[in-house]
Design a binder for this molecule. Structure first.
Ligand code: AMP
Ligand code: FES
Ligand code: ZN
Ligand code: ZN
Length: 313
């Protein structure tokens, strides 16, 4: 059974002798749940993931990278409810209405939970994503990912946060893992872990929703009345990860649990093997211009800045 049967009762309520109706069915966990028990199941699962991968504790200062989407807002909500010290960080990418709407939703949510939301305007740091795309002829998403990673790390360090948490969910992780496996891209595979430890000028980065599906985080947001941006970034059209997600969804529909198994078995069985190859370790330097960690003399963001300067003259 993949869907909720009419008249199903909540599994947890049933075990307590109560008879509440289930409104969610999680086929890969064989759980039918009422609203209240779905919310507590979600938060317990996030807490368990945080502990399993030793992501952080109540003594850490966490910066949640918030996009205005369902995953990062659900994550922020869950972390605060679980008692963690978590503030938000929104990067205004300058992507027209999409950025305006997502910023507003992030601000509304911050107000609702009474936590600070830091906002960084990309236009005053480097350039907006559409301008970068135009001047460099580079796909918007790859430049965007690189720039976001750089400013998340720099901002967290400069403002006393020791953890960066992102809203990547199981579907995101599985799509990336699938793509990297198709190419046997060892460099990426060896770094695909829900915790990237702090080293060489990088802050610890964690993905506490790595075992939560996209549907689960959408439901959690909905049940908690969280308003989030419901449309995709205009540059995401045609991204290969979206295509992979569609194939994987078909597999999951036929064989519930495939996604979770593919991901967790990679972490358990393949990831440790990839770590033992010493030759795979690369040397990190400090960027000569900004001092941030970089594999080359000048980091990718500083070289992008240089390119943008030449494009402007
Ligand atoms: P994406 O790469 O758009 O799938 O987003 C993955 C994660 O990166 C989100 O769940 C957020 O945690 C973070 N993120 C994406 N966009 C932003 C943004 N504009 N500002 C801050 N964090 C972001
Ligand atoms: Fe970065 Fe779409 S969010 S290009
Ligand atoms: Zn229940
Ligand atoms: Zn630099």
């Amino acid at each position: 059974m993949n869907r909720l049967k009419k008249g199903s009762r909540c599994t947890i309520c049933k075990s307590k002798g109560e008879k509440n109706k289930a409104i969610v069915y999680l086929p890969h966990h064989r759980l039918a749940l009422c609203k209240e028990h779905f919310i507590s199941w979600f938060e317990k699962r996030v807490e368990k993931t945080i502990k399993e991968f030793k992501m952080f504790s109540k003594n850490d200062r966490i910066l949640v990278a918030v996009s205005g989407g369902k995953d990062s807002l659900a994550l922020w909500n869950a972390l605060v409810r679980l008692g963690y010290e978590a503030d938000g960080f929104y990067i205004n990418l300058g992507i027209g209405q999409y950025s305006e709407d997502s910023k507003q939703l992030a601000l509304n949510f911050a107000k609702r939970i009474g936590r600070p939301l830091h906002i960084l305007d990309l236009s005053s740091e480097i350039s907006t994503i559409p301008q970068i795309k135009e001047s460099t002829n580079r796909p918007a998403c790859s430049a965007c990912g690189m720039v976001k990673r750089y400013y998340m790390n720099k901002f967290a360090k400069e403002n006393g946060y020791n953890i960066i948490a992102t809203g990547h969910n199981l579907d995101d992780e599985v799509a990336v893992l699938f793509g990297n496996t198709l190419k046997w891209d060892i460099d990426y595979l060896k770094r695909q872990y829900p915790v990237l430890k702090e080293e060489n000028g990088f802050i610890r980065k964690v993905k506490p929703l790595c075992k939560i599906t996209e549907k689960e985080s959408a439901l959690y947001s909905f049940f908690n009345g969280i308003e989030y941006i419901e449309y995709e970034c205009p540059f995401s059209e045609g991204a290969s990860s979206i295509e992979y997600k569609e194939y994987i969804a078909k597999l999951e529909e036929k064989h519930p649990g495939t996604k979770l198994q593919f991901y967790t078995n990679f972490l358990k069985r393949m990831y440790p093997i990839l770590q033992t190859n010493e030759k795979l370790k690369e040397e990190l330097n400090k960027c000569k211009i900004c001092g941030e960690p970089s594999y080359n003399e000048i980091c990718s963001v500083c070289s992008l800045k240089e390119k943008l300067k030449t494009a402007r003259v």
